[in-house]
Design a protein around this ligand. Structure first.
Ligand SMILES: NC(=O)c1ccc[n+]([C@@H]2O[C@H](COP(=O)([O-])OP(=O)(O)OC[C@H]3O[C@@H](n4cnc5c(N)ncnc54)[C@H](O)[C@@H]3O)[C@@H](O)[C@H]2O)c1
Ligand SMILES: O=c1ccn([C@@H]2O[C@H](COP(=O)(O)OP(=O)(O)O[C@H]3O[C@H](CO)[C@@H](O)[C@H](O)[C@H]3O)[C@@H](O)[C@H]2O)c(=O)[nH]1
Length: 331
């Protein structure tokens, strides 16, 4: 049996494929290459170029490959973009997830892992935020994902499917062996800062807001290394295979860094201070998101290996250096 990884040519999906491959699992990647790239997927893993909104294409994948489980990463991920294009976000994250679930039910898939997000909490009343906190998204992105969570829950209950929904906090860094990393537009803080630190972009880092109600005025996030996140999915898979019940879990380290603290980590890692400028707050950004991760540590026995902001920053820089070279070679 193989694991179907949707969004397998994307940032987190590619790391998941590496983790599956390293664990000796058989996997199939599916991606429409809207933000992902075929070259990011590891060698030896079958790749299907298709859209998760295409029910016929999905039925064919389930027919052609012996799929036992689905891990669903395909989607649109940017909070600020979702405010400008809400309908695209509801289409890609909610409607297309529903199509994927219909295809799974038709194919008799019994185990499903869903990539959700801390954005479902909106602006939490207190941090660390637990899974029991109210769902109060403040962006179409967050709302599109919380709706998918609910659709998955209802479909699973009715169709004898079990699932793990993982609410990721801010995923960052790159494979420590340099086999994968984040590609595409540098909108995420750590990717943007890594490019600036390497001189790949001749501009100052923009810090979106220094007037948040946080100790240094900049927004706080719980940055989780992408390889630790991939390991959490392997543990989730094991839970489902051992007949564990469906569950929704936060995936973050339980500690936050402000934007200034991330800038400081870059200084420690590179030995040079980074030039920055203060810009207005970015719409849709909550002041603080930090995970209460007690549940995932207990239920999945998740033991992060890379919960160190300097290590995250280092792997992000190493990856940008490598991708910079690759693009230089391609030019
Ligand atoms: N990166 C983060 O910090 C973060 C945090 C929380 C949740 N998530 C969630 O994790 C998932 C993966 O995010 P990522 O950071 O790897 O993003 P990404 O953009 O790198 O990967 C998404 C992949 O899905 C593909 N895709 C998009 N729409 C598709 C469709 N309709 N059909 C087939 N393929 C499609 C893209 O081409 C891309 O390869 C998303 O659901 C995202 O919301 C990410
Ligand atoms: O150039 C930049 C980029 C970001 N930030 C700030 O850095 C923090 C983190 O921003 P970013 O890295 O863009 O991530 P988020 O907007 O927090 O969103 C990410 O993390 C969420 C979970 O918390 C996921 O759901 C989203 O998919 C993912 O894009 C925020 O306060 C931003 O305002 C800057 O100050 N300058």
């Amino acid at each position: 049996m193989s694991v179907l990884v949707t969004g397998g040519a994307g940032y987190i999906g590619a790391h998941m494929l590496l983790a599956l491959k390293d664990a000796g699992e058989s996997a199939v990647a599916l991606d429409n290459l809207s933000t992902g790239a075929r070259w990011l997927t590891p060698d030896g893993i079958p790749f299907v170029e298709a859209d998760v909104g295409d029910e016929a294409a999905l039925a064919k994948v389930f027919r052609d490959h012996n799929i036992g489980e689905v891990i669903h990463f395909a989607g649109s991920i940017l909070v600020s973009e979702s405010l400008r294009h809400p309908l695209d976000y509801y289409q890609n994250n909610t409607a297309n997830t529903m199509t994927l679930l219909k295809a799974c039910v038709a194919a008799g898939i019994k185990r499903f892992i869903f990539s959700s997000t801390a954005s479902v909490y909106g602006t939490p009343e207190r941090v660390p935020v637990s899974e029991q906190a109210p769902i109060r998204s403040i962006s179409p992105y967050g709302a599109s994902m919380s709706m998918s969570e609910r659709i998955l829950q209802d479909a699973a209950t009715a169709h004898d499917m079990s699932y793990v929904t993982l609410r990721y906090f801010n995923v960052a860094g790159a494979d420590p062996k340099g086999r994968a990393g984040e590609i595409g537009k540098p909108t995420h803080l750590i990717k943007a800062a890594a490019q600036i630190a390497l001189g790949l972009r001749q501009e100052k880092l923009k810090i979106y807001g220094n007037d948040y109600p946080t100790p240094d005025g900049t927004a706080i996030r719980d940055y989780v290394h992408v390889s630790d996140l991939a390991q959490a999915h392997l543990a989730a898979l094991e839970r489902l295979r051992n007949q564990g019940s469906s569950i929704t879990l936060n995936c973050g380290y339980g500690q936050g860094q402000s934007v200034f603290e991330v800038v400081d980590a870059f200084r420690r890692v590179t030995g040079e201070a980074m030039d920055y400028e203060i810009a207005p707050r970015r719409a849709g950004d909550p002041p603080q998101l930090i995970a209460d991760n007690a549940a995932i540590r207990t239920v999945l026995d998740w033991r992060p290996r890379y919960d160190d902001i300097d290590f995250i920053v280092k792997t992000a820089i190493d990856w940008e250096q490598q991708v910079g070279k690759r693009q230089g070679n391609a030019a």
